[in-house]
Design a protein around this ligand. Structure first.
Ligand SMILES: [Fe+2]
Ligand SMILES: [Fe+2]
Length: 478
């Protein structure tokens, strides 16, 4: 009997059908520029990922965990399903879950997505998909292969391989502040896990929203972005011995482990959006004899059929991203003010920039000249900076360091390990800054910093990867 099986995971494909926008639509370009993901090229990006999957004879299944389309329009769903059928026609099994971007609100919940079609310079209404239609649309991609579908949420449970059960949870709830399961859904889930455990099967869970946040501050700041009922799910996974849940939504590549007080644990393997900076997918290999699950990141180098202006896939997407746009814009402040406002205006309020032109120019000029060594002086010895560290920093500037950090927010594996001078300088500055804020405005820190943590605890995971060691790879014992 075959013991090793491989499948792919994609998430947050945010697909926009070619029929949902006029070729060359400027309004659609503007819409993309204000986002953190690629939308205009979403079709080509999806196909580029699928080409890799199709060429991989050893992988027999694909799991896509929600935000399949960008704003719940019928045309995008119809065409997305055609793309999925290319995979199933080639013999791959395809399983999907749906999430908030996949339907339009009817005013009866908090979902605010509306379906539109982008004309050259504006938008026109398009046919929406309602939440109740989703199970029917995607019945062939999970529920029809399942022996058990939860009537409350449309979540389903199926035999992925001999000895391996996939339980895929659909977002249920109110479309924004509770995206998860209610009581009956949890009861169904518990029964499915119990049945799998009784049969000696390993359980792989999949759901759109995070069960463990990419950073603790995420749950502190935007608890509603977590899986609705995540505290209960954490307890359930620990209690029932479910060791992994695959998630998306945050668009942040990360792998985190949760340990409860009784020493029980599980991992949340979160994959960044396929259409985001360093868009990735995961390749998962389950060894049913060893009862392990190995997760690796797979990237694509190019977008087939799309002109990236000679840039690699990740550089092209980064240029559309919030941080990438700022990196492109800042040097323009001095040399080409109108272009600076146009570029930075995608992510910052253009009217405020114009209003404070002189102040912005002066501040940016100073920021561009600021050296890491100057920041090291501010932090003093708090971060453990040595003379050798200062010497090795030379004239390194602060801005490129900040952009390097920013570039890794979505792609994972934060760049500066504890042994690097940059890490120590930032640590010193954050500790010193925290002390100052604490003196003058303590309530501000109380709002940002989770209970029992310091400002450095909040900042550190952005500077260095202190999650599980590698956001791109892990082997989990099931
Ligand atoms: Fe998303
Ligand atoms: Fe989402």
């Amino acid at each position: 009997m075959e013991k090793r099986h491989s499948f792919y995971i994609l998430t947050d494909t945010h697909y926009v059908s070619k029929r949902a926008f006029e070729p060359g639509s400027r309004s659609f370009r503007r819409r993309e520029a204000g986002d953190q993901i690629a939308l205009v090229s979403s079709v080509e990006i999806l196909r580029s990922f699928f080409d890799v999957i199709l060429a991989d004879d050893e992988a027999d299944a694909v799991l896509i965990t929600g935000d399949l389309v960008n704003s719940g329009d019928k045309l995008s769903h119809e065409d997305f399903i055609k793309e999925l059928r290319v995979l199933t026609d080639a013999g791959k099994r395809v399983f999907v879950t749906t999430a908030t971007h996949d339907y339009c609100g009817m005013g009866d919940d908090e979902n605010f997505f509306t379906a539109c079609r982008y004309t050259l310079d504006g938008t026109e209404p398009a046919e929406p998909v309602r939440k109740a239609e989703l199970p029917g649309l995607y019945a062939d991609f999970g529920p029809n292969q399942s022996g058990s579908v939860d009537p409350e949420s449309g979540s389903y449970s199926l035999k992925l391989y001999d000895g391996v059960r996939l339980i895929a949870l659909n977002d249920n709830g109110n479309g924004r502040s509770h995206c998860g399961l209610f009581d009956e859904g949890f009861q169904w889930l518990e029964n499915e896990i119990d049945a799998a455990n009784a049969a000696g099967e390993s359980v792989l869970l999949a759901v759109h929203h995070p069960v463990i946040p990419p950073w603790d501050v995420y749950a502190q700041a935007v608890d509603f972005e977590m899986f609705g009922g995540y505290r209960r799910l954490k307890e359930l996974m620990c209690e029932k011995g479910v060791r992994v849940v695959f998630t998306g939504h945050t668009h942040v590549q990360n792998i985190r482990r949760y340990d409860d007080e009784a020493g029980r644990y599980f991992y949340d393997v979160a994959t960044t959006a396929a259409v985001s900076a360093a868009g990735n997918m995961r390749r998962v290999t389950v060894d049913t004899a060893e009862k392990t699950c190995a997760v690796d990141t797979v990237r694509i180098d190019a977008i087939k059929g799309w002109d990236t202006g000679g840039k690699s896939f990740s550089d092209y997407i980064y240029g559309l991203n919030f941080v990438g746009l700022l990196e492109k814009a800042l040097p323009l402040a001095e040399t080409d003010w109108p272009r600076f406002v146009e570029t930075a205006g995608c992510v910052l309020p253009a009217d405020k920039l114009k209003e404070h032109e002189r102040l912005v120019k002066t501040a940016l000029k100073k920021l561009q000249k600021l050296k890491v060594r100057t920041v090291a002086k501010f932090g003093g010895r708090l971060g453990g900076v040595t003379k050798e560290d200062l010497a090795s920093l030379g004239d390194e500037r602060v801005l490129p360091v900040l952009f390097t950090i920013g570039r890794h927010i979505q792609s994972g594996n934060a760049p500066y390990g504890p042994e690097t001078p940059e890490y120590k300088v930032i640590k010193g500055a954050v500790l010193k800054g925290g002390k100052l804020v604490n003196t003058f405005k303590k309530d501000l820190l109380d709002r940002i910093v989770p209970p029992g943590q310091t400002l450095w605890d909040v900042a550190e995971p952005f500077v260095c990867n202190n999650r599980t060691g590698d956001d791109d790879h892990i082997v989990i014992g099931l």
